[in-house]
Design a protein around this ligand. Structure first.
Ligand code: MLT
Length: 404
């Protein structure tokens, strides 16, 4: 008789964004004439940039030709893409990353969920609270988080690092030493970030305590301030303690086409074993690569035209972020984020819970957001709005919230 992975039964409820999608679908079914605006999940709305589309078409044509046809992609990804990444994402920022430290994947969600597999069962994880739910849920599935306490909404074997107004929405070094530290800057969901000097403190701490940082830099394209690092490897010593996960979703609109990468430096070791060799083994065994045409489209991101078009696209969402931030502030909300990130984080008014505010916003303004408590217990009393809507919808949503 087969047995199931009972760790899955420990997971409370469904995945946050699935729960929201179900609630919104039910609302729309009951209110078919209402024009609901979604500022919930961080999904982009601008079409792929012309340079990317052109490269996609060209790559499709190559696949139609016997000489140009490609089958399985190389294990780590095509070198033309890994070379572009090494050059433009790293060398241009003074960081030396070799192409065999870069692993092309189908996105940061998969990589941030899968990376825990190369670590032992008895590693203790530390996460920001609130946090992108994938980090915790995948460790629950792996049986690494202990038991769940529904009252406190916490796992017994997870170290929570609260990021609230009181901490400036930044985590403090934990008093108990973790083995794995998940950090995401600029942060999802709070939209805040930390300076390069503050990040250096985390790197120094990890090196000193023998911890590994799993650094999610999916939102680096939204950084506007000079003292914020775009990559953790801008910090001294990061190559011996950090894995970096990057995405093409938010900077280039690949949420539907799927592309990302993870950097595992060869200097990152447990005894004599490099994490790079373990991730290469995992990648080779369980993943058959991102389609050639998508990797070509990714390479177009780094061309002069691609860069110019994407600067404009990111600027479009940054303008939305400012509209939301300024509009809500004007309406009397306490808001943060939005300066180096496409997320605006607000305090729910009148001591409402995050889900109460979700219902109010949906029923009265017909606007969908994400309840802060869905990202962890310290998110209770907060709410996230995304800047990834269209400009028109963003303006309209802010107007409706103001009229509420
Ligand atoms: C979010 O809304 O938090 C993100 O879009 C989810 C994701 O990138 O997977």
């Amino acid at each position: 008789m087969f047995k199931i992975n009972e760790n899955y039964l420990k997971l409370p409820g469904s995945y946050l964004f699935s729960t929201i999608a179900k609630k919104v679908a039910a609302y729309k079914q009951a209110n078919p004439d209402e024009a609901v605006i979604s500022l919930g999940i961080g999904d982009v709305t601008r079409p792929l940039a012309p340079a990317i589309i052109k490269r996609l078409h060209d790559a499709v044509d190559e696949m139609a030709d016997e000489a140009g046809f490609k089958g399985y992609a190389p294990d780590l990804g095509y070198s033309f893409l890994r070379e572009a990444i090494a050059e433009h994402d790293y060398k241009a920022r003074g960081v030396d990353i070799s192409i065999d430290e870069i692993f092309i994947s189908d996105g940061a969600k998969s990589d941030s969920g899968n990376i825990q597999e190369i670590f032992g069962q008895d590693n203790k994880i530390a996460v920001c609270d609130p946090v992108y739910p994938v980090y915790v849920d995948t460790n629950v599935m792996a049986g690494r988080t202990g038991t769940y306490d529904a009252g406190s909404e916490r796992w017994s074997d997870v170290i929570y690092m609260p990021c609230t107004k009181e901490t400036g929405f930044a985590p403090e070094l934990p008093s108990e030493t973790p083995d794995l530290i998940y950090l995401c800057f600029p942060n999802n969901p709070t939209g805040s970030t930390i300076t390069k000097d503050q990040l250096q403190e985390w790197v120094d701490y990890a090196n000193k305590s023998g911890a590994c940082i799993i650094y999610d830099a999916a939102y680096e394209a939204y950084i506007t301030e000079d003292n914020v690092a775009h990559s953790i490897y801008e910090c001294e010593g990061a190559k011996t303690c950090a894995i970096e996960i990057r995405s093409f979703s938010k900077n280039a609109g690949f949420t539907g086409t799927r592309l990302g990468f993870t950097v595992v430096p060869k200097e990152l070791k447990c005894g004599d074993v490099t994490l790079n060799s373990l991730w290469a083994r995992r990648h080779g065994t369980k993943f058959n690569g991102v389609p050639y045409i998508i990797q070509q489209a990714g390479a177009a991101v780094y061309t002069p035209e691609g860069k110019a078009q994407l600067k404009e696209q990111v600027g479009y969402y940054q303008r939305n972020a400012k509209i939301i931030y300024d509009g809500l502030k004007e309406a009397g909300y306490s808001v943060s984020g939005g300066v180096n990130a496409p997320y605006i984080w607000l305090e729910t008014p009148d001591n409402m819970t995050s889900w109460e505010f979700f219902d109010k916003l949906l029923n009265e303004a017909k606007v969908v957001g994400t309840p802060g408590s869905g990202f962890g217990p310290s998110g209770e009393g907060y709410f996230r709005l995304t800047a990834f809507g269209t400009y028109e919808n963003t303006v309209e949503a802010v107007d409706r919230i103001k009229r509420m």
